[in-house]
Design a protein around this ligand. Structure first.
Ligand code: GDD
Ligand code: MN
Length: 374
């Protein structure tokens, strides 16, 4: 192709967007058209595009977005299958556009789209990298949150501020706009686990970001349900741990190890109940304890450690089978290595610990290859 034809000035082609609004969406079929309309009203003089990132919502959100996209070229979609996760959805949406300014905003109309214009104006001035829609600065508010949620949010916020070095009043906000350049500086270090993409971006920045905050009131959701459940806390903990220790140990390994420790406790609980309490033979008690502990570890890892690649249906059964095989070979390695060290005159406790450690690493590596493979 001949060089030097760009920029294309064909009058029929739509002009490229200056601002991309990235919207993670899961089961938001009724909110999607309302949001597009609200954004169009809020940004009459801006060249924007809206990038929905849908994780194959069962309610048909993706089809709805495509319907809208056929009538308005500014509506776009990234449709992911077999994956879940708010942070990773935001990152992939940002990566899928060329716009120099990117915003992240929820699909459920809880974020005030009327802020977008002022956010963009602030970034265009060129003095900041990031504008946060903040529920805490003067004039912002929490809508009608319960007391418990307000307190939990404040505590998590305090932890986050300690971690990021960037002074953001509301680092847990899911509503912000930034320059692509600043985003790309954080990109190599992003954890992309969990819900807190802004916190992740701020904590991954090589130098503190220049930030402005604009207040807004968090609105109530009208259609659909919140996806934040009890496991959100676990995801938050994972992000914090990864930011603190991620350079030393992979975050999944920490999760895997924690689940493993829980499995060990369950093993001993069942073993002692059956052997000492019920009076079963040691071999039978040990077998029962092992089976239960392995299954426990499998289901917890599937729910927590590998939440973003959760196995379901037939894949769940296949996963359980491979996990049993992995753990069985891990146990053989454990016993073999401990025995070998012991024979070499290593202190018995040390031999045992070495055996356990090696089998944990083995189980982790092999199950990531065979059970939760990408
Ligand atoms: N693609 C995708 N995948 N989108 C998701 C997923 C997912 O796994 N989980 C949630 N979403 C989308 C929802 O459809 C919604 O548009 C947005 O992410 C936020 O999810 P909600 O379930 O509405 O969360 P919330 O209202 O409780 O939480 C909000 O407040 C937090 C502040 O406390 C969000 O704005 C958070 O980002 C924010 O941190
Ligand atoms: Mn919401």
């Amino acid at each position: 192709m001949k060089r030097g034809r760009f920029p294309i000035t064909d009058p029929i082609l739509p002009q490229p967007a200056e601002l991309a609004i990235v919207v993670p969406a899961y089961n938001e079929i009724d909110n999607v058209p309302l949001l597009v309309e609200a954004v169009a009203t809020a940004l009459p003089d801006v060249r924007w595009e809206i990038m929905f990132v849908d994780d194959d919502s069962p309610d048909g959100t993706a089809a709805r977005v495509r319907e809208l996209a056929l009538g308005d070229h500014r509506v776009r979609i990234v449709h992911r299958v077999g994956r879940r996760g708010l942070s990773s959805a935001c990152v992939e949406g940002i990566m899928a556009t060329a716009a120099p300014y990117v915003a992240v905003m929820d699909a459920d109309l809880q974020h005030d789209e009327r802020l977008l214009g002022r956010m963009l104006a602030t970034l265009r001035d060129g003095n900041v990298d990031l504008v946060v829609g903040s529920r805490y600065c003067a004039g912002g508010g929490l809508g009608d949150w319960t007391k418990g949620r307000v307190a939990a949010s404040r505590l998590a916020t305090r932890m986050a501020v300690m971690l990021t070095r960037t002074p953001i009043g509301d680092p847990m906000s899911g509503f912000f706009m930034m320059t692509r350049t600043a985003f790309e500086r954080s990109l190599p270090k992003l954890s992309t686990v969990g819900f807190k993409i802004l916190l992740d971006i701020a904590a991954s920045a090589p130098a503190p970001l220049r930030v402005a905050e604009l207040p807004y009131v968090f609105r109530c959701r009208q259609f659909g349900d919140s996806k934040l459940d009890a496991l959100v806390l676990w995801e938050y903990l994972q992000l914090i741990l990864d930011k603190a220790f991620g350079r030393v140990v992979p975050i999944r390994f920490i999760g895997f190890g924690l689940v493993g420790a829980m499995g060990l406790a369950i093993h001993f609980l069942i073993l002692s109940t059956l052997y000492l309490g019920v009076g079963l033979s040691f071999g039978a008690s040990q077998l029962a304890a092992t089976v239960v502990a392995i299954s426990n570890n499998f289901f917890l890892n599937n729910l927590l450690t590998y939440r973003d690649q959760r196995l379901r249906g037939p894949a769940l059964i296949r996963g359980w089978l491979t996990f049993n095989l992995v753990c069985a070979t891990g146990a053989i390695a454990n016993i073999g290595i401990a025995e070998w060290l012991f024979v070499q005159h290593t202190y018995w406790m040390l031999s045992a610990v070495a055996g356990v450690l090696i089998s944990v690493v083995w189980n982790y590596a092999m199950s990531s290859l065979f059970t939760w493979r990408k």
